[in-house]
Design a binder for this molecule. Structure first.
Ligand code: GDP
Length: 465
C-alpha cells in the first residue's frame, strides 16, 4: 500500500545557521525533483548522497540548499527520505516547507517520522520512546540512560524474558495436546525454577525504576536553613549565575525560587525556600509556610547551617522537619571562624530526632563563598541516589513509567503461575498466566499494544521528529 509522503521542519524554530526540512515517503524523491534546481536529477541519484542547488517555488528562488538523499530501507523511517538543509531563518525554513507541501507532501503530525520508524520495524517501541528522551535529556545520566535504551538495552532484556516464556508455554500446550508422547508430569518443578528466575529479573528492572526516574527527571530538592545561612549563595554557585538575591538583611528570600541544576550527572530541581523562622511579617510568613510544604513533598532536603553562628530556635525548628527524609547537611561558611562542628550538630540532632537517624545524616563542610566542599557534596548525592556506581554497560535502567507498569503486571502474572504450581493446579493454568506475562511485556516493545495507545505515545513527540 502506498503511504502518504510527509514533511516537517526538523530543527528548532528560532533563527539559526541551518534549518532542516525532512520529507519521508514513497513520493519523497518525486517531490524534491519538482522543486530542486541543480546539476542532477535527484530521482536517479545514488542513495546517501548530498546535492548542492536551489529550492524553487514556481519561478521564485526560495533558498540555496544542500539536499541529502537516503533511499529505503536504510533510513530512519525505513522509507525514501530527503533532508533539505536550508538557511535557518524561521521565515525561510517555513517557505521551503510550504513549497514541499504545495508539491505533494502533507504536513507530518508530531512524532510521525518516529512512528513510521516503529511501524516499519526499524525500532521497537521502547527505542522509539528513547528518541524523545534523548531529545529532552538535561543531564549526563538522563542522556546515557536514554541512549542505552535507544541502542536496545530494554528491548533486548524484554525479548530475552519473552522468549523463555513462550518456550515454556509452547511446551505445555504441545504436551497437553500430545500426552502420549510428551511427559508433563513434574513439569511444575522445572517451571518453578524458571519462573522464579524471571520474577527476580523483572523485579530488578522494577527496582531500577527509582534510579531511572531520578536520572530522567531529576531529584525534587529543597534547600532549607535559617535566614542568612547562605542558601541563596549556594544556589547561585551551583547554578553558576546570580539568580537568587543575596543580601545581608535577614528574610530577603521571600519568594520561592526554582532552578534546575546539573550536578555530578544528575539534575536537581532545586527550590530555594524563604528562610524558615518564626516571623510576624505577613508576606514572609506565606513564604515560610510554603517552604514547610515543599520540605514535606521533596525527595531531598539540603539543610544549610551557618557554622559561624550558634544554632538557634530556627535551626531546631528545621531539624524537626528532617525526620524520615533524605537529608544532606551542609555546614556552610567554613572559610570563617566556625563555632559549630559536626559533633555539636550531631548532638543537637539526636535531641530532636531519633539517635540512629541523626547518626546517618551525611554532613559536609562547605563554603558557598569560596566554592569549597562541592565535589564531596556531588559524591554524596551520587552515593545516596544511585548507590554511587552507575554503569550503562551491564545494567538496564527503567526510566519510563509505562514500562514500569507493564513490568509490574508481568510480575503479578508470574506470581500467579507460582501459586498455581504451589497448589498443584492443572498445567493449562500455568500457561494462561504465562501468556498474560508475555502480553504485558510485549506492550513495552510495542508488539501487543493497540493503535490508540501507539498514537497517544507518539502524539507527545515534538514536531518534525
Ligand atoms: P540565605 O538567606 O540563606 O539565602 O543567605 P545568603 O545566601 O543571602 O547569604 C547571607 C550572607 O552570608 C551573605 O552576606 C553572603 O555573602 C554570606 N555568605 C554565604 N555563604 C558564605 C560563605 O560560605 N562564607 C562566608 N564568609 N559568607 C557567606
Amino acid at each position: 500500500m502506498k503511504k502518504d509522503t510527509i514533511a516537517a521542519i526538523s530543527t528548532g524554530m528560532t533563527n539559526s545557521g541551518i534549518g532542516i526540512v525532512r520529507i519521508s515517503g514513497d513520493e519523497a524523491f518525486h517531490v524534491i525533483d519538482k522543486i530542486y534546481k541543480g546539476k542532477d536529477r535527484l530521482k536517479e541519484a545514488e542513495s546517501h548522497t548530498i546535492h548542492y542547488g536551489f529550492i524553487i517555488d514556481e519561478e521564485e528562488t526560495i533558498d540555496e540548499v544542500l539536499v541529502m538523499l537516503m533511499r529505503s530501507p536504510r533510513t530512519f523511517t525505513g522509507e525514501d527520505t530527503v533532508e533539505i538543509n536550508c538557511h535557518g531563518g524561521t521565515y525561510v525554513v517555513k517557505r521551503v516547507l510550504e513549497t514541499v507541501i504545495k508539491n505533494g507532501a502533507r504536513p507530518a503530525e508530531p512524532g510521525e517520522f518516529t512512528k513510521r520508524a516503529f511501524l516499519n520495524g526499524k525500532m521497537d517501541l521502547s527505542q522509539a520512546e528513547a528518541v524523545i528522551d534523548v531529545i529532552t535529556s538535561k543531564s549526563e545520566y538522563a542522556l546515557q540512560s536514554s541512549i542505552s535504551q535507544l541502542k536496545g538495552s530494554v528491548k533486548n532484556k524484554i525479548e530475552d524474558i519473552r522468549k523463555q516464556i513462550i518456550y515454556h508455554t509452547a511446551f505445555i500446550e504441545t504436551a497437553l495436546d500430545d500426552p502420549e508422547h510428551i511427559e508433563i508430569d513434574g513439569y511444575g518443578d522445572t517451571l518453578k525454577g524458571v519462573v522464579e528466575n524471571q520474577k527476580a529479573e523483572i523485579w530488578q528492572l522494577i527496582a531500577s525504576a527509582d534510579s531511572g526516574r531520578i536520572m530522567k527527571e531529576g531529584i525534587q530538592t529543597v534547600i532549607a536553613g535559617k535566614p542568612n545561612a547562605g542558601k541563596s549563595s549556594l544556589l547561585n554557585v551551583l547554578a553558576g549565575k546570580d539568580r537568587a538575591i543575596v543580601t545581608d538583611i535577614e528574610g530577603t528570600t521571600r519568594d520561592i525560587l526554582e532552578e534546575q541544576i546539573c550536578l555530578g550527572g544528575l539534575t536537581l530541581n532545586m527550590i530555594d525556600t524563604a528562610g524558615i523562622r518564626n516571623t510576624d511579617d505577613i508576606i514572609e510568613k506565606i513564604g515560610v509556610d510554603k517552604a514547610k510544604d515543599y520540605v514535606k513533598n521533596s525527595n531531598l532536603i539540603i539543610y544549610v547551617v551557618d557554622a559561624s553562628r550558634p544554632l538557634d530556635s530556627n535551626d531546631k525548628e528545621i531539624m524537626g522537619l528532617l525526620k524520615d527524609r533524605k537529608v544532606i547537611i551542609l555546614l556552610n561558611k567554613s572559610d570563617l571562624n566556625t563555632v559549630i562542628t559536626k559533633e555539636n550538630l550531631k548532638e543537637e540532632l539526636k535531641l530532636v530526632l531519633e539517635e540512629n537517624f541523626a547518626e546517618e545524616i551525611p554532613m559536609i563542610d562547605i563554603s558557598a563563598k569560596e566554592e569549597q566542599g562541592l565535589s564531596e557534596f556531588e559524591e554524596t548525592l551520587n552515593e545516596m541516589f544511585l548507590n554511587g556506581d552507575v554503569s550503562f554497560n551491564d545494567e538496564v535502567y527503567i526510566t519510563n513509567i509505562r514500562h514500569k507498569a507493564a513490568l509490574t503486571d508481568a510480575y503479578k502474572s508470574l506470581e500467579k503461575v507460582l501459586e498455581s504450581i504451589e497448589n498443584q493446579m492443572p498445567e493449562d493454568f500455568f500457561s494462561i498466566d504465562l501468556m498474560d506475562a508475555y502480553e504485558s511485556l510485549g506492550s513495552i516493545t510495542g508488539e501487543t499494544i493497540g493503535e490508540d495507545l501507539v498514537n497517544e505515545i507518539f502524539s507527545k513527540f515534538c514536531m518534525g521528529k
